[in-house]
Write a protein that binds this ligand. Structure first.
Ligand code: AMP
Length: 596
């Protein structure tokens, strides 16, 4: 298939708002593609060159793309920028320039040629690679027709956005087979076990749906993670699952670890860590990688657990706000020393070529125990088996008093439901037991412009704070970016725009990280509900700063107060900003919370 042909499909998809029509167009495209092309097409449709879990970054920003267009089409960068400012879309810009300057026809490059060229651009690294990337992209833009160029430039800047996800592709694969969505469950089950859309598509097209039925997990391809249901009383939970394994609910982040040992002694192990949304986070957590190398006793394994910052000497779990500081791209080693992580493992999904997905939890846990050797980093999540609601309540209270989020109750005979939310796992958290019952009245301090769908509203998140009547300052406690209805987003934007000010008001104390695109005067009071008050070094309410040991810098001595899972309840037009919750009140709420 030529890339031009794919571009025609992309254009049709772009012009179709109807989901069913999109599915049809996609299945037509999959029908026309060759077996060896369909995988690549799937990645390209999602604006990528590889499955979601493989990080391939182009490393090209808008300015670089503008240069590539300018070089490739012999224009001044300023001319390209001017056109871009008008259209707001580099894809349209390059297409327009090609159309007017007679470069519109182009060569009929194959889909594979374009894919390979984009891959070469993406993987170029080291000195001089920026220039190579720009040059290569410029050449590609010059060579192809104008419609193809529209889509090619949108890929490196992540702006292909055709308005569908992998789920629509799964429907279309079913459509490809017999024009209905009938095969979707089988295809989805396979995708849940092997979350590589290109691989699944090429099996459907090349080998047939029957082949998918026997698909097993594979080390190196993430399994979509099982999720928990929630319930609010211990009795309800026991009624639902009968006897359950009760584990602590750690407040960190989920990790799925894949490991494969090379039989030859001394040769390198393959180890990958994936986050819940399938991001490859291996490089972020060298301490966990090392722990797995030392402690996992298997040639091949896929295990899951929760990574948390934990102090084994004091038995203290550090708050999420601390753990989350480990999610970073720079200064990884230094932070790993400062805040070492423990991985509390609770799942074994695959071991030495055998899948455990369809085995009972009891069996998986037993095998897991045998698989984790002694050590300091990979710890087996302790459990207690009970069918007594009173005992479950006690375990829950004990977990909460140790600073944990609550407990997870797991059905002993439950299988692992990849990618699904299911009553095999039930979470019982503090907030459902009425942890932070009071709401907080906070002041809206500023907002950031939105991206994606929210760009239409022009607001992506907003910063809120409390009032400190001692210093007469507003101090931040959260930035809220989710949980509002469209109407509420619109309302907050309209209200905020009336109060826009130039620069940060002098009575705002805000950490640099929390800076806003637009600052507004302290006028709007909102009622906020949250799961709990936590500690955060980036919020200024109650934060104490002081000189570092060497005295050369100012650093956080005591983290500020912040909200976990804040959500908007309503606008409190009846309140003035100085009537908002004060820092003192917030501190009292924290004390009460600790007592529960
Ligand atoms: P939630 O994010 O509130 O839906 O709760 C589910 C999450 O709890 C999982 O994705 C894990 O990241 C986390 N978690 C913490 N402890 C456990 C545990 N013992 N078993 C399973 N998940 C856990």
């Amino acid at each position: 298939m030529t890339f031009r042909r794919l571009a025609e499909y992309l254009q049709r998809l772009e012009e179709t708002p109807l989901r069913n029509k999109m599915t049809q167009i996609l299945s037509e495209l999959f029908g026309e593609a060759k077996n060896r092309e369909i995988g690549k097409i799937c990645y390209l449709l999602l604006g990528r060159l590889a499955p979601l879990y493989q990080t391939i970054e182009f490393g090209l920003g808008e300015r670089m793309i503008i240069r590539a267009i300018a070089d490739g089409l012999y224009k001044e960068a300023a001319t390209v920028t001017k056109k871009f400012k008008k259209s707001g879309d580099l894809g349209i810009t390059v297409e327009q320039i090609k159309n007017i300057s007679g470069f519109n026809k182009g060569k009929a490059l194959s889909l594979n040629d374009v894919y390979e060229a984009l891959m070469t651009i993406a993987i170029a690294s080291g000195t001089g690679s920026q220039e190579q990337k720009i040059k290569k992209l410029g050449e590609l833009i010059q060579e192809v027709d104008s419609l193809s160029a529209r889509y090619i430039v949108r890929i490196p800047i992540g702006k292909l956005r055709l308005g569908f996800s992998d789920m629509t592709i799964l429907d279309s694969l079913s459509f490809l087979i017999n024009g209905t969505k009938k095969h979707r469950p089988v295809i989805e089950r396979a995708y849940n076990l092997r979350a590589d859309i290109g691989f699944i598509a090429s099996v459907v097209k090349g080998e047939g749906i029957e082949k998918l039925e026997g698909i097993q997990p594979q080390v190196g391809t993430p399994i979509l993670m099982a999720r928990a249901e929630r319930m609010s009383s211990s009795k309800e939970i026991i009624d639902k699952i009968g006897k359950g394994a009760i584990e602590a609910k750690y407040d960190g982040f989920r990790i799925q670890a894949h490991l494969k040992r090379n039989k030859k002694k001394g040769s390198n192990e393959f180890i990958k860590l994936y986050s819940r949304n399938l991001e490859d986070v291996t490089l972020m957590y060298p301490d966990i990688v090392e722990g797995l190398k030392q402690q996992i006793k298997a040639d091949e394994a896929i295990i899951e657990g929760e990574a948390v910052a934990y102090n084994p000497n004091t038995g203290e779990y550090l708050p999420f706000q601390e753990t989350v500081q480990r999610k970073r791209k720079y200064d990884i080693e230094a932070k790993a020393k400062e805040i070492p992580l423990k991985l509390f493992v609770f799942e074994l999904l695959f071991k030495n070529r055998k899948s455990y997905i369809n085995d009972w939890y009891e069996i998986r846990k037993k095998e897991l125990k045998k698989t984790v050797g002694r050590g300091e980093t990979i710890l087996f999540a302790p459990e207690e088996v009970t069918d007594n609601p009173k005992r479950l309540e006690e375990i829950f209270q004990d977990a909460v008093s140790r600073g944990l989020e609550g407990v997870m109750a797991k059905k002993l005979d439950g299988v692992y439901r990849a990618g699904a939310r299911d009553f095999s796992w039930i979470k019982f958290k503090r907030s459902y037991a009425g942890k932070l019952t009071d709401t907080i009245d906070a002041v809206v301090m500023g907002y950031d412009f939105g991206q994606g769908k929210r760009a239409g509203f022009g607001i992506g998140d907003f910063l809120i704070g409390v009032y400190d009547n001692q210093s007469d300052m507003f101090l931040t406690i959260a930035k809220i970016g989710t949980g509002l209805t469209d109407e509420e987003w619109r309302a907050i934007k309209v209200r905020s725009d009336k109060l826009k000010v130039n620069g940060k008001p002098l009575n705002y104390e805000v950490d640099k990280i929390m800076d806003c695109d637009i600052w507004i005067a302290p006028e709007i009071v909102v009622e906020i509900r949250a799961d709990e008050i936590t500690r955060s070094p980036v919020h200024t309410a109650g934060r104490i700063m002081g000189p570092s040991k060497s005295g050369s810098a100012i650093e956080v001595k005591e983290a500020g107060l912040a909200l976990r899972f804040p959500r908007l309840e309503k606008f409190r037009d009846d309140k003035t900003p100085t009537d908002a919750t004060t820092l003192k009140e917030l501190k009292e709420m924290l004390k009460k919370q600790k007592k529960l």
